[in-house]
Design a protein around this ligand. Sequence first.
Ligand SMILES: Cc1ncc(COP(=O)(O)O)c(C=O)c1O
Length: 314
Amino acid sequence: MTSPDPLTPRLPSPHQEIRDDRFGRHGLRLLLKRDDLIHPDLVGNKWRKLVPNIAAAQGRALVTFGGAYSNHLRATAAAGRLLGVPTTGVVRGQELADRPLNPSLARCAADGMRLHFVDRPTYRRKTEPDTLAGILRAAGAEGAYVVPEGGSNAEAVRGCRALGVELGGHADVVAVACGTGGTLAGLAAGLPAGRRALGVPVLRGGFLEADVQALQERAFGARSGTWSLDDRFHCGGYARTPPELEVFARDFEQRHGLPVERLYVAKLLYGLVTLAEEGAFARGSTIAAVVTGRPFPEDPDGRPGTPPGLSRPL
Ligand SMILES: Cc1ncc(COP(=O)(O)O)c(C=O)c1O
């Protein structure tokens, strides 16, 4: 589904109730918050995160970071094309420089993003000031506005607050898949009193509690809203999609006609079905699941392009 004008987002994004017996039999309503319909190229949380950063950049070029299949890099490249802002993508993995571009990086390049590949040790140190300065110099991106990996900074978190405001009184619990935690940080801050947010991390490691809190402190000055994380549904780690998850996602697609992005959204929905079975939600509650993405590349069978063997996100 596309917006009528390439620069017009569909905001507030629609929400839809779906009937699913795995929730209904526990007295629960399930809403899907269709952030995947906000914009055809800036899908899910990407519009909410990137547009405030482009405003903060005040016309400067953007530079950002990601892995070879990063949704965030693709969205940044698309934003640059749509808004006429030059973009540079710093890509993890020097070895990729000599290989043909994968479909995700090819899309970035087609959208005008300059790609700069760095070795993994350097990439890991990219937030250290000296390393960052060296990367920007080598990429020819000195003076550019730096958007962090995954796009999660204070501007992005404040942008995601609208997600909570839009859901307002419609749901008791709003659940979202987490990579860097920026979307959860903003969402939780935007919910009214008495509603709570639940984050489902797609990475192993249990580090996100501190990260989300730090993002909220930077964006709002303090921890905000009521939120928690459930660390049990990463299915082995980032980009791991074991057969049970694939079966679950295909079944969900068939039941509800929703293309299910595997790396984030499938894990979220799988987690919610499990939690409903466990009786984690009070009868009579409405649960909203934020659909933060669409499969890429999109294919008519709804199969995602599963990135082979990645261990880090974005
Ligand atoms: C489809 C999708 N869903 C969820 C997320 C998680 O967002 P965040 O990094 O803000 O936790 C991402 C990452 O950007 C994503 O690409």
